[in-house]
Design a protein around this ligand. Sequence first.
Ligand code: P5A
Length: 438
Amino acid sequence: MLLTRFFLPVLKENPKEAEIISHIYMLRAGMIQQSASGIYSWLPLGKIVLEKITEICRQEMIKSGANEILMPTLQSAEIWKESGRYEDYGKEMLRIKDRNNRNLLYGPTNEELVTEIFRTHVKSYKELPLNLFHIQWKFRDELRPRFGVMRGREFLMKDAYSFDVDYKSSIDSYNKMFMAYMQLFKKMGLKAIPMKADTGPIGGDLSHEFIIIADTGESEVYVEKELLNFEGSFASINYNDDLQEEVNKFTSFYAATEEKHNPSNISDVNNNLIKARGIEVGHIFHFGQKYSLPMKANISDTIGNNIPVFMGSYGVGLSRLVGAVIEANHDDKGIIWPKEITPWDYNIINLKSGDDECEKICLNLYKIMNKNSLKVLYDDTDERAGTKLARADLIGLPYQIIIGPKGIKDQLYDVKFRKSGDISRLSYDELLNFVQTN
Ligand code: P5A
């Protein structure tokens, strides 16, 4: 991509409304623009990253055996009355009337709607287990939207819903999602820690939040130190296996969000316990027949009884994750994208626009790299070197290839590693070799 052809409205000053670093950098790097409180437009750079995060999540869901569907943002109030949540959800739910005076709402979550789809079509245990997921915008009229995309009112969620014939198999489905979450956060370059959590308005008896430790996080958490560095052994997870043992490896540590923290349970781990703040990037729930019972989503089980299906729901905050990744990966100059989700790997920077030789080398490199399907952004603008270098640090691509008159003279070109700040001087051939083998 040529930077002159890319819409990247970078801000020079720190925006006053932003309190935390991810919000500041997302605005400054031209990733998002506020449209109303807690509601954002995603500009090209933000959209690319959001898409990458979404795709990692989608692929892991598919791998785990879930089926992708797409439910609408607007839902009929009727099904929420059936489940009993229409009144309970309170002011967080945005209620709308259509021209015929029918009650609609902008979905804050989809347990009801997916249960309606399920009950229309599935009648027998033979069609189970089933997991339906979708990736769709949600709306929650949060009392205090803040921190940009971290606590928005409109936000993108991946939500999955499992259906099983009995308690035991629905726990298997829960475990599958638990491990899928460990995988997908890892694939985003993140260390997410599973913690016992409250079930709130979703309900149920079993729930885990997936938390990224960060000082700016909104959740207070209590976690055994060892778990912070515990990797598990799930390098090649097979979703057809019984995953209880893998899950137990994580849940055997003490880790709980503030609401679930119970000091009387932890006398033996007290010394190793730390109190920290974290960002909730995922939340999974097992709630059995909470929705299927009132909504009459019944199936015939193996002995011919008609029973309400067992369910769980599983959410990933995709738009929140963009902010969370930045909270976990930045320095005082800007974002440092993990390689897994960086918008491009390389940033070619021409320090002296208008200089024929600089331009020639940059363009050559750019063409060769494109030909080799490398992901590269070429800063071909005519701005000052200082402006370009500062912008490159702000947008945080892993490798900067910096071409200026001095490099041309010495025939040695700088490759700066964004994360460490280290610079390697390479000959043209070494440079080509570097980008092709890196
Ligand atoms: C699980 C999927 C649910 O809604 N129903 C369907 C269940 N869970 S949840 O915990 O309420 O939300 C899932 C994840 O969505 C993100 N999230 C938000 N992101 C940005 N702004 C918000 N206001 C917001 N609210 C929730 C979180 O990552 C959460 O874990």
